[in-house]
Ligand binder design. Structure first.
Ligand SMILES: [Zn+2]
Length: 269
């Protein structure tokens, strides 16, 4: 009996700090994400948000470009016990990208354009705010097309010599008309024929707040509300909106947090 007691204490100790049945996969980094699974009946909270779980207990969380490097995941077990899992994110260094030759009306939009930009930003924000129960966020993602990477996630932009907002997309150079394939299954949450900055714009909802946006398209091949399969042609590359040449600008969001698409396609399942 004397020998069993310390072992029992050790087990109790681990019982309150360890995370039986918690699985986490992904990139613990700014711009990264984690896919997780917990035993059925567990509740998961991240940044005050009560996360949606699939019937199997799967969920996803994402970290923005400048996310704090110390984060916590809170789990409440079926037994009511609360456990805190600290997450330490890798701090990233972002590139500086200079682009010149942008037309002056794109650099300093007038009052009418600013109003239009605000309306369009609302539409995009609403599409990205969806918390649907689609399960496709948990599946591997593929490249929407192959091409030279002409702009990376997070880079600080200097347009016509002026420092501007960072670039959140992954730019893939390709000729106008090149098919864009859906990187994962989902449902079309926004299809817009011409936004001020992003031109023809398409957003696909993959579920649980994870969405893909495709900017500067020449043609959109799917309609709002339509379900799409992974690898299905959904649009064609173009040069609409604020661009200096044809390319696909692919963005990934977890709600309003902007993630790095390259981390998603390289993630193993
Ligand atoms: Zn871009």
């Amino acid at each position: 009996m004397k020998k069993i007691l310390p072992l029992l204490c050790l087990a109790l100790l681990f019982g309150s700090t360890a995370f039986a049945g918690l699985i986490l996969n992904g990139e613990l980094s700014q711009g990264g994400f984690l896919r997780g699974q917990v035993p059925v009946g567990t509740q998961v909270f991240f940044q005050e948000k009560h996360l949606r779980l699939t019937a199997e207990g799967q969920f996803i969380i994402g970290f923005g470009r400048d996310a704090a490097t110390q984060q916590t995941l809170v789990l409440i077990g079926a037994d009511g016990q609360r456990r805190i899992k600290p997450l330490h994110l890798r701090q990233r260094q972002y590139k500086i990208q200079r682009i010149d030759g942008i037309r002056s009306n794109m650099m300093a939009p007038n009052a009418t354009d600013r109003q239009r930009i605000a309306v369009e930003a609302q539409l995009v924000a609403a599409a990205r705010q969806r918390d649907s129960k689609l399960p496709f966020f948990y599946q591997p993602f593929a490249w929407p097309l192959k091409g030279r990477i002409s702009g990376v996630y997070g880079s600080q932009r200097i347009l016509n010599g002026e420092p501007r907002r960072p670039h959140y997309g992954l730019d893939i150079a390709a000729p106008t008309g090149t098919p864009v394939l859906s990187p994962a299954a989902g449902r079309v949450s926004l299809s817009h024929e011409g936004m001020f900055f992003s031109g023809k714009t398409l957003i696909i909802d993959h579920g649980h707040g994870l969405s893909s946006s495709f900017l500067h398209l020449s043609e959109i091949l799917v309609k709002e509300g339509e379900s799409v399969k992974k690898g299905q042609p959904i649009a064609r590359v173009g040069a609409t909106g604020r661009v200096t040449g044809p390319h696909l600008d692919w963005r990934i969001n977890w709600f309003d947090q902007r993630l790095d698409p390259q981390l998603l396609v390289k993630a193993r399942q």
